[in-house]
Design a protein around this ligand. Structure first.
Ligand code: SF4
Ligand code: SF4
Length: 222
C-alpha cells in the first residue's frame, strides 16, 4: 500500500486560508490502512479545522466526505453532484488521489493534507515499513523475498557491505541489515548458492527513466 502522514495542522490551515467553502476529502483505501486519511481521520481533521476556525472567528464552511478510492475515476466522479458547493478541496488521499481529483475537477483547487511517503507494509499496529520502490523489474525471487532495492541502504545486489553489526545496518542500529535477512532466509530454504550469481547493475530505465510510467491493458478495457 501507499503510506502517508498528515501534514501539521498549522501548515494545513495556512494552505486553506484563502478559501471559505472547503470539502475535506478522505480516501478509504491505503491512507485509511495507515491511519492518515480514512473516514475517521477525515472526520477528525474536519472537526479540528472547524474548531480552529470558530476559535478565530472565521466564517468558513468545512464539510467532509470519504471516497472508496480517490485514485480511481469511477469513485472520483461521485463528487460531480456536490463539487460546485466548494471553493477548495482538502484531500487526504495520497499524491495519486490528489492528482486524480485535480484532473477531473480543473476549476477547483485541490490541496494536499497528506505527505505521501512510501510503498510499504503494515508490520504491527501503528508500524509501517517501506518494502518496495516500484523498480519495474522485481528481483525478489533471487533474494528470498527481501528487497535489496528498498531495504538495503546502499541498494547492494551482490552481498552486504562491511558495515553490518549484529544484523543491523551501519547507517542506524534501528534498521535491520537487508543482507543479513537475505542470507538468513536463503539459508532456511537451502538456496544460499543463489548468491554465487553476479547480479548486474539494475536497469533503472524501468523505474522512471522515461517520465511517468503507465500500464495499458487492452484486455481490461471496455
Ligand atoms: S525488486 Fe523492485 S518491484 Fe520488487 S520489491 Fe524491490 S523495488 Fe519493489
Ligand atoms: S549494513 Fe546491510 S543494509 Fe546497511 S548498507 Fe550495508 S548491506 Fe545494506
Amino acid at each position: 500500500m501507499i503510506t502517508g502522514e498528515q501534514k501539521p495542522i498549522d501548515e494545513i490551515r495556512e494552505m486553506i486560508a484563502p478559501y471559505k467553502r472547503i470539502l475535506v476529502l478522505g480516501c478509504a483505501s491505503c491512507v485509511a490502512e495507515c491511519a492518515a486519511g480514512g473516514e475517521k481521520e477525515t472526520a477528525m481533521l474536519a472537526s479540528t479545522l472547524r474548531i480552529a476556525a470558530k476559535m478565530k472567528g472565521e466564517d468558513v464552511l468545512i464539510e467532509e466526505k470519504t471516497l472508496d478510492r480517490q485514485c480511481v475515476r469511477d469513485f472520483v466522479i461521485l463528487l460531480d453532484d456536490i463539487i460546485e458547493k466548494y471553493d477548495a478541496v482538502l484531500s487526504l488521499g495520497c499524491g495519486a488521489g490528489v492528482q486524480a481529483v485535480a484532473e477531473m475537477f480543473t476549476e477547483v483547487p485541490i490541496i494536499p493534507a497528506i505527505n505521501t511517503e512510501f510503498l510499504g507494509e503494515t508490520r504491527d499496529q501503528g508500524y509501517w515499513l517501506e518494502s518496495c520502490l516500484g523498480c519495474g523489474d522485481c528481483m525478489l525471487h533471487h533474494f528470498g523475498g527481501i528487497c535489496p532495492v528498498a531495504r538495503c541502504s546502499k541498494q547492494l545486489f551482490n552481498g552486504p557491505c562491511g558495515g553490518a553489526m549484529d544484523g543491523r545496518c551501519e547507517i542506524n542500529p534501528d534498521v535491520e541489515c537487508a543482507w543479513h535477512l537475505i542470507v538468513d532466509r536463503l539459508t532456511k530454504f537451502g538456496a544460499l548458492d543463489r548468491l554465487e550469481n553476479i547480479y548486474p547493475p539494475k536497469d533503472w530505465s524501468k523505474k522512471q527513466g522515461g517520465g511517468p510510467r503507465k500500464i495499458v491493458r487492452e484486455d481490461q478495457q471496455k
